[in-house]
Ligand binder design. Structure first.
Ligand SMILES: Nc1ncnc2c1ncn2[C@@H]1O[C@H](COP(=O)(O)OP(=O)(O)OP(=O)(O)O)[C@@H](O)[C@H]1O
Ligand SMILES: [Mg+2]
Length: 332
């Protein structure tokens, strides 16, 4: 087994990333030595239960960690440059232009006091130095592309005039305005109706291909990554458990946490007369307190395969086979 090594063809390589929150109750080790990478045009699914550090890891890429959080270590190599070393003035030029984010709740990410045309147009006048009219035309073009009818009249509308699904389409259009090479989508469909969810996921997939973008898709839903991701990274309590192609994760998961997550996947249960999908029981036990995380492997208190060694040894993320990385001392 060998330690993780970067490849030259990567668009993004996150190495040993650490983000801690300095709270009155203690230091929350929210992201604690995380490695993952994204190649051009690929979708990386970032999965894990609530509190595993998916959103904080994504926000770190944009250097948008809320107080009292701080990036305390690691590297974020994007197009061969370390974003952690960049000044804020340089980051402003990267956000939206090179890395854009689609958030879980479109209601929070759109500004209620500006029209759609004003808030999306501003991104283009600023990043691309477009004239007001050229910006409007480009915004309308993008709105049309994300399936919004009558786009020119939408420019004058305000977020509250749109449905949840429409707002999320506007957020997708906004993320794509500058054709960024990397889009971060954090639970982009969680707040939407099931039928709208499927439409938005299809739209993201189509646009990703059309614009030759890479995407990090954050979700706790294994069904969503099964449908969308080329590769999957599984997080637990601020650390990476496993990274592999989507196929390997589903067919040959090697980390007990990945196996447990797959066991909670919703599936059609025909014993119910309505034939609806049911969520199976959640993984027993709770995500640990990240102020005093468990010793050794953070998953060991909940792990059916753990023994004394697991409580002592902090497992490194090691390669089991080409492209398959696992941090479990029992997985060798
Ligand atoms: N403002 C904060 N103050 C203290 N700790 C925080 C703060 N924000 C996040 N954390 C810590 O960071 C951890 C990771 O949070 P994060 O939001 O990244 O989880 P997540 O995987 O995105 O979960 P979810 O699926 O619920 O969105 C949390 O468990 C929490 O301990
Ligand atoms: Mg989150």
């Amino acid at each position: 087994m060998t330690a993780i090594a970067p490849h030259n063809d990567q668009l993004l390589a996150v190495k040993k990333l650490r983000v801690h929150f300095f709270t009155g109750a203690g230091v929350v080790q929210a992201v604690d030595g995380v490695d993952f990478a994204v190649s051009p045009r690929e979708t990386l699914g970032l999965v894990g239960e609530s509190g595993s550090g998916k959103t904080i890891s994504s926000l770190a890429l944009l250097r948008l960690i809320p107080r009292p959080g701080k990036i305390i270590g690691g590297e974020i190599i994007f197009k061969h440059e370390d974003l952690i070393a960049k000044r804020e003035e340089e980051m402003i030029k990267i956000r939206g232009k090179n890395i854009a984010m689609i958030f879980q709740n479109p209601a929070y990410s759109l500004n209620p006091i500006y029209s759609i045309g004003d808030q999306l147009g501003e991104i283009l006048t600023w990043h691309e130095k477009l004239s007001r009219q050229a910006a409007n035309e480009r915004v309308a073009e993008l709105l049309q592309l994300v399936g919004i009818t009558d786009p020119f009249s939408r420019l004058r509308q305000f977020p509250h005039e749109l449905s949840g699904g429409m707002k999320q389409r506007v957020c997708i259009a906004r993320a794509l305005l500058c054709s960024p090479p990397l889009v971060l989508a954090d639970e982009p469909t969680t707040n939407l109706d099931v039928t709208i969810q499927a439409q938005i996921l299809d739209l993201l997939q189509e646009l990703k291909e059309r614009f030759h973008m890479s995407m990090i898709l954050v979700t706790h839903d294994m069904g969503v990554v099964a449908r969308m991701a080329d590769r999957i990274t599984v997080m637990y309590a601020g650390r990476i458990c496993e990274t592999a192609t989507a196929r390997t994760i589903f067919e040959n998961p090697r980390h007990p946490y990945t196996q447990a997550l797959l066991a909670t996947m919703p599936r059609v249960d025909h014993s119910y007369s309505d034939g609806k999908t049911r969520r199976l029981p959640v993984i027993p036990g709770r995500i640990p307190n990240l102020i005093e995380p468990p010793s050794g492997c953070r998953f060991h208190p909940r792990c059916p395969a753990s023994d004394d060694e697991c409580a002592r040894i902090l497992p490194e993320l090691l390669s089991l086979e080409e492209g398959h990385w696992v941090s479990c001392i029992k997985a060798g």
